[in-house]
Design a protein around this ligand. Structure first.
Ligand SMILES: [Zn+2]
Ligand SMILES: [Zn+2]
Length: 263
């Protein structure tokens, strides 16, 4: 992949092929049109493959053939105006590592980002009302999350490590204050492995859109102090208008820490 300025490529976007964006009219083509309007040089589509659901059949699977076909058509249409990459966001890889590896190896995606949406045996925090959860269970949720995330950093075919603060979005939204520094020793191992393996750390700009203060600056500072330089922005857009949304603020956060080192 070319070297793009950090604000000129959206590396985490969903089209209507994602089960949670199916009704949003966000075809690959429409997403490209928006990306061009926002002044981007490139877009990476990363529709969901929730590996556990591929096995447990909780959600409809990604229609990979049709997804790749429409992405290829959009790529052709925008040639010379926008670089288009067909990737995937693979959730819960560590629950079924063999299934995940098979999907990754047989589909030749341009880019693979990881995620932990739900830890094994637990619900996706998106569906949890944390105001009704006892405090020790919340601590347990975070413990389990970072443990599973750390395991992911040993999976070789992942290109980019997505939204490391995912459950905190929903915990903070419920008005619960969490001192993230308690998990520093486990969190620190995550950027260490990302750096060692030459992978990309994603700053997900959802926190800007949702107007919640996440420990993004704390983790980025840690990443920088450990020598991390590969950062890409992802809007996690599930709607057309959210392509590259929050990038100016997210870049400001990077620049406050990196002082012009990341362009
Ligand atoms: Zn995600
Ligand atoms: Zn996503």
């Amino acid at each position: 992949m070319k070297n793009y300025s950090v604000t000129k490529i959206d590396t985490h976007t969903h089209t209507y092929f994602s089960f949670d964006a199916a009704e949003n009219g966000n075809s690959p083509e429409k997403m490209c049109e928006e990306a061009v309007n926002k002044g981007l040089d490139a877009i990476i589509f990363t529709d969901h493959i929730e590996v556990n659901h591929e096995v447990e059949h909780a959600f409809p699977p990604l229609n990979i053939a049709e997804y790749k076909k429409q992405c290829a058509e959009a790529k052709k249409l925008y040639k010379g105006k926008l670089d288009v990459y067909t990737g995937v966001e693979m959730g819960q890889i560590t629950h079924y590592p063999e299934t995940a590896e098979e999907i990754a190896k047989t589909n030749d995606f341009d880019y693979i980002i990881d995620s932990v949406h739900n830890t094994k045996g637990e619900q996706d925090p998106y569906y949890v009302d944390f105001t009704k959860i006892p405090y020790d269970k919340i601590i347990y949720t975070i413990d389990k999350y970072f443990d599973e995330y750390l395991q992911l950093t040993y999976v070789p075919y992942i290109d980019q490590f997505a939204h490391l603060t995912y459950p905190l979005r929903y915990i903070k939204k419920a008005g619960i204050d969490i001192d993230i520094t308690k998990w520093d020793s486990v969190i620190e191992q995550i950027p260490k492995n990302i750096i060692k393996n030459g992978k990309v750390y994603e700053l997900n700009s959802v926190y800007v859109r949702k107007n919640i203060i996440l420990p993004e600056d704390h983790i980025l500072q840690m990443y920088k102090d450990l020598g991390g330089k590969k950062i890409r922005l992802g809007s996690d857009a599930h709607y057309i208008e959210h392509v590259a949304d929050g990038f100016a603020q997210a870049y400001e956060l990077i620049d406050n820490i990196y002082k012009g080192e990341i362009k």
